[in-house]
Design a protein around this ligand. Structure first.
Ligand code: SF4
Length: 512
């Protein structure tokens, strides 16, 4: 196994088995041994022997021999592989013009569409991809970025086609191709052509409709030439859809600016009723660049993993009992019928200075910390949910039931409390990481450095759209972002004084 040039790994297990599990290589060995003639042809009976032999092979390749061979093999085992010293020879790709022509035949022409047929569009989604890993609960629980659907397949139809067939979102529809038929709930989406129906990969539905045929040149499954017919089943399903309204309805929740006029309109908040709280040491803050965010949801998955956020399942999702502390809000435009203009807004607790959740908590379970965090004391919460009702951002989640832990729980983060039924929970900018950074700085007798504390979402964002830091430091990256011309705050007019600054997305106006 070559991790990178110059490094050959042994592929040995990194930890003792969890429960009744085996390493992948051990499983392959056992399967191979059961094949006819398998055991007779296998030089190893278990993984330990594979790793030992491979270590010796690597040691020999590295020049060891005789008495030094066993010691070199042991070193390879201790280090997990063999590391060649010296600079790896540079990769020199050779480009041959016209080489691709040998692989590209004429495009596969679909047969002409017959009356009543639609083109089947099969597509991977950001969370479920092509289906590998679709069994992982996070990939099912977190709603798809564009449709907002979780735990279910769906058949996307344009509003015109849906109206023609008498279908609305949630209506069960039978989709039939030359290869099979499946029942899928309809999902009306204005981003689709009228002559197509789109079904995501990631479950068995799309594959059941595709012919078992591969493209000659690439060997890949032919995805794009299937025609299907739709029939209304006459049943409705409650699709787990997280979104509220897909339209902004003139509220400019996610404003768009141009390079020539980069500042979104902001309300005049000069007449404020409250004194601002003081944060003598730190005022932790975040900035999210909406022009960089791609809606990949990596931040959401990271938040689930870091903060032991429970997965509640499809039934709870239908009831809106999703527990994610961070969600990607998606808007399709301002009003239905207008040109599609998809806008994304990662939404998490805004850690407001004038937090509407705090004064309504009868037991002070939620309070404003000296560092600007809207903290939540779990063992004080009595579950009235007044705070959630009063939150304009709807970023607090309530534990309607105890999450059931399945199997060994080594995945849970020991730095974060596992919450129980009847308790409200929410984002606190990964306060456990903030404390770890502060403690480290304290031990070393220095201030916390800018960029030293990184919440899980910011750490994971592949687009580096999220910046975190101390707003008390005017030179921190988050302070600079807050002074950016594109800066705005979510629902700023309600004067909650959030610690989260968004940077407006930039679009070039179409030339008329
Ligand atoms: S990880 Fe980054 S790019 Fe992906 S949805 Fe989150 S903020 Fe956007």
């Amino acid at each position: 196994m070559t991790a990178r040039r110059g490094v050959t790994g042994l592929g040995q297990p990194a930890m003792t088995p969890l429960g009744d599990s085996r390493a992948a290589t051990q499983v392959l060995l056992e399967v191979a041994a059961r094949l006819p003639l398998g055991a007779a042809h296998l030089p190893w009976s278990d993984l330990r022997e594979v790793v030992r032999d491979r270590g010796e092979v690597l040691a020999r390749e590295a020049g060891a021999s005789g008495e030094g061979l066993a010691a070199a093999a042991r070193v390879a085992q201790q280090r997990g592989g063999h590391y060649r010293t010296g600079a790896a020879p540079p990769l020199r790709p050779v480009l041959r013009p016209g080489a691709a022509a040998a692989f590209l035949g004429p495009p596969v022409a679909p047969r002409p569409r017959q009356a009543g047929e639609l083109d089947l569009v099969v597509f991977p989604t950001v969370l479920r991809g092509d289906g590998r890993g679709a069994d992982l609960p996070w990939r099912q629980e977190i709603p798809d970025t564009l449709s907002s659907v979780s735990w279910s397949p769906w058949a996307e139809l344009s509003p015109t086609t849906a109206a023609r067939l008498g279908l609305a979102t949630g209506d069960l529809v039978t989709v039939t191709s030359g290869s099979g038929a499946v029942d899928v709930p309809a999902y009306v989406f204005p981003g689709l052509r009228d002559d197509a129906v789109a079904i995501p990969l990631g479950g068995p539905e799309a594959l059941a409709l595709l012919p078992a045929a591969t493209e000659a040149a690439s060997g890949a499954l032919i995805l794009a030439t299937t025609r299907v017919r739709l029939r209304r089943v006459g049943k409705r399903l409650s699709l787990p859809i997280l979104e509220g309204s897909p339209y902004q309805h003139g509220r400019s929740i996610v404003p768009t600016v141009s390079a020539a006029a980069p500042s979104p309109p902001r309300p005049d908040l000069s007449h404020v009723m409250y004194d601002r709280p003081s944060h003598p040491q730190h005022r932790w803050a975040m900035a999210i660049d909406l022009d960089s965010c791609t809606g990949c949801q990596a931040c959401v998955v990271a938040c689930f993993a870091e903060n032991n956020v429970p997965v509640m399942g499809a039934e709870a999702a239908v009831l809106g009992r999703y527990m994610g502390w961070l969600r990607i809000e998606r808007y399709l435009g301002d009003e239905p019928g207008e040109a599609l203009d998809v806008a994304l807004l990662p939404m998490l607790c805004q850690q407001c200075d004038n937090a509407p959740c705090e004064p309504v908590c009868p037991v002070y379970a939620t309070y404003h910390s000296a560092e600007g965090l809207n903290a939540q004391v779990y063992n004080r919460c009595v579950g009235t949910r007044y705070c959630s009702n009063n939150c304009p951002y709807k970023v607090r989640t309530f534990n309607w039931r105890d999450a059931q832990a399945v199997g060994p729980q080594l995945q849970l983060n020991p730095d974060v409390t596992v919450r129980s039924r009847g308790v409200m929970e929410k984002c606190t900018f990964c306060v456990q990481r903030i404390h770890a950074g502060e403690d480290q700085a304290h031990q070393e007798g220095r201030p916390v450095r800018d960029g030293e504390v990184v919440p899980a979402c910011a750490q994971t964002c592949p687009a580096q759209a999220i910046t975190f830091g101390d707003a008390n430091d005017p030179t921190s990256r988050v302070s600079l972002a807050a002074r950016d011309p594109r800066a705005f705050r979510a629902l700023e007019e309600v004067n909650t004084q959030p610690a989260v600054t968004y940077l407006a997305r930039v679009r070039t106006p179409e030339a008329s």
